[in-house]
Design a binder for this molecule. Structure first.
Ligand code: HEC
Ligand code: HEC
Length: 201
């Protein structure tokens, strides 16, 4: 399955323009990873060393697709996605900054997960990710692609909160695809998925 850059339908024109200016030339331009590493020093307090979070409520950034990171930073900067801790961090970033930062974190290795999935959820998880097409968008290994995040090895509490947020339409979602995907999930499914994904290498 191939993906093209999604031109957001659901967002206002100025935001779409900002997003495209920041994220779509991404693959064409050479990002400066060293400059990104400099700027990323400010992120370690919450996202951990090299983007490996030790806080269950804060996502790891290591190994996320660069386009996903850049897109989310634009969303925080433009005020579409909001978080009391995170929004101020994105506010001052230029497009060059955020593309460099994205390239830096995309190049970091996600540490093997510390979370261990229960035996029951290790069996049920793969069934659910097939049944609900998670693997179609997030990739067969759930490692993410383009603007779609990696789920494997992400912090469990963060995953659970986001899935509940998509289901309740309170987590911002650029094109509505993830909000639709979450509608069929029960609270029990969300618990299984978060436990399974968090322990997935
Ligand atoms: C004060 C703590 C804090 C700092 C410092 C911080 N962040 Fe965050 N960040 C968060 C939290 C909390 C979230 C999750 C927000 C939510 O629940 O929606 C987040 C989310 C993100 C996301 C979305 C990830 C995803 O999987 O959806 C990105 C990208 C991100 N931060 C990048 C950065 C960058 C780059 C920096 C440094 C320039 C930074 N953050 C600094 C707390 C912080
Ligand atoms: C039709 C494609 C599609 C399907 C199917 C899909 N997702 Fe997503 N998912 C996305 C996109 C796109 C995003 C990014 C949304 C945004 O922030 O704009 C996303 C974001 C997420 C996030 C937020 C992660 C983060 O780091 O912020 C989680 C968690 C998630 N998906 C889990 C799942 C699970 C579990 C399933 C299966 C039940 C699933 N997704 C099915 C496309 C999809």
């Amino acid at each position: 399955m191939t993906f093209t850059v999604v031109v957001p339908r659901a967002v206002a024109a100025p935001l779409a323009a900002a997003l495209l200016a920041a994220a779509s030339p991404f693959s064409a331009r050479a990002a400066d990873i060293a400059a990104g590493e400099q700027k990323a020093q400010a992120c370690a307090a919450c996202h951990g060393a090299s983007g490996n979070s030790a806080n269950p409520a804060v996502p790891s950034l290591a190994g996320q697709p660069a386009q996903f990171i850049a897109t989310q930073l634009v969303m925080f900067r433009e005020g579409q996605r909001k978080d009391a801790q995170m929004s101020p961090m994105a506010a001052g970033l230029t497009n060059t900054d955020l593309n460099n930062i994205a390239a830096y974190f995309a190049a970091q290795k996600l540490s093997p997960p510390k979370h261990s999935t229960t035996a029951a959820n290790a069996e049920a998880g793969p069934r659910l990710t097939q049944q609900y097409n998670c693997t179609q968008c997030h990739g067969p290994g759930l490692l993410g692609q383009q603007h779609i995040p990696r789920l494997a090895g992400q912090q469990m509490e963060y995953l659970r909160t986001q899935l509940r947020g998509f289901k309740a339409s309170t987590r911002f979602d650029m094109d509505g695809q993830m909000t639709s995907a979450a509608q069929a999930l029960t609270e029990a499914d969300i618990a299984v998925l978060a436990d399974y994904l968090s322990g997935l290498k």
